[in-house]
Write a protein that binds this ligand. Structure first.
Ligand code: DQA
Length: 151
């Protein structure tokens, strides 16, 4: 069974309470339950984590290479600032899908630059929870492809 690592970055634990006008009422728990349902239906193993700490995210990506076939990440605010997460993704050699609930290109100027996008295979943004479900489906394709190459 292929394995996908799902990483939620800082403040995403506050979804449902945080800036509802932008992110809606959906909670992280609801997003994770939906992702787990997809994982079960598609027979894919998921490991889901959320962290407010850049170094923890870097370390987890650093250990992912041998255990996972792909990564789905919403780097949240670190999207716009983190050279360290970008470098960790490059070092992992894993196929990565970047997701955002909101359309970061339609928001403040400082959000319109992603340091992560140039080092991922692709991204989905602007569709709320559907960014995650579409992103997971893309990650499943990439993970299966990657697992086949490793055999
Ligand atoms: C976000 C967009 C980021 O700019 C912001 O810092 C977030 C959430 C999104 O999912 O739309 O925390 O990644």
């Amino acid at each position: 069974m292929v394995k996908i690592l799902i990483i939620h970055g800082p403040n995403l634990d506050l979804l449902g309470k945080r800036e509802q006008g932008i992110y809606g009422k959906i909670t992280l728990q609801q997003i994770n339950n939906t992702l787990k349902d997809i994982g079960k239906a598609r027979k894919v193993k998921l490991k889901i984590m959320q962290s407010n700490h850049e170094g923890e995210i870097v370390s987890i990506i650093g250990r992912a290479k041998n255990e996972f076939n792909a990564i789905l990440i919403n780097p949240a605010a670190y999207t716009h600032t983190s050279v360290a997460i970008r470098d960790a993704i490059l070092a992992s050699g894993l196929p990565v899908v970047e997701v955002h609930l909101s359309n970061i290109y339609a928001r403040e100027e400082f959000r319109q630059k992603s340091l992560i996008s140039p080092v991922v295979r692709g991204g989905v943004y602007g569709f709320g929870i559907n960014s995650y479900t579409l992103g997971l489906n893309a990650a499943i394709l990439l993970a299966r492809d990657n697992a086949q190459k490793r055999r």
